[in-house]
Design a protein around this ligand. Sequence first.
Ligand code: NAP
Length: 150
Amino acid sequence: MKIGIIGAGHIGGALTRRLTALGHTVLVANSRGPETLRDLAAETGATAVTPRQAVTGVDAIVVTIPEKNIPDLPHDLFTNVPRAVPVIDTGNYYPQQRDGRIAAIEAGGLDESWRQQPGTPVYAADLDAAGVRRALSAARSERTAQWKAR
Ligand SMILES: NC(=O)c1ccc[n+]([C@@H]2O[C@H](COP(=O)([O-])OP(=O)(O)OC[C@H]3O[C@@H](n4cnc5c(N)ncnc54)[C@H](OP(=O)(O)O)[C@@H]3O)[C@@H](O)[C@H]2O)c1
């Protein structure tokens, strides 16, 4: 496949290496311009391009830039991308804390970390400190489908 990747950091770089190694044609872009991706291109055989070029004539697109930078992308970037082309965004769009309350909660050691896996009561929930404690203690260790999918 011909795959466009916007973002050449940890994830974009790893995808560029892996997908080219698997024989795919990769177009990779960052914010600073193709000339800054010369080393990655030389290492992998990918083509360093602009974000617009990365979404042109490709079979699939991966957007892997920090969520805060998404508004910096050209607003019409996907206008001419055919509907059949999948766009994969690696961003984790978690609900934001809306009112600025921050409370540190002691949630136990690594052996207790399953209590906050996807699908548990506390996961991505908007709770106060008491609610977080209640949700952590209400967690059950059976792996939910959402948890297994991670
Ligand atoms: N799904 C998951 O499990 C998972 C795990 C980790 C991270 N993530 C998410 O994946 C995304 C990338 O993470 P990362 O660790 O790879 O980030 P990173 O190492 O910081 O790399 C970010 C890349 O985005 C590029 N970029 C930033 N703004 C851009 C723009 N306006 N146009 C084009 N390229 C732009 C940067 O290019 P320059 O250097 O030229 O600015 C850089 O190559 C983040 O949203 C992160 O939250 C997801």
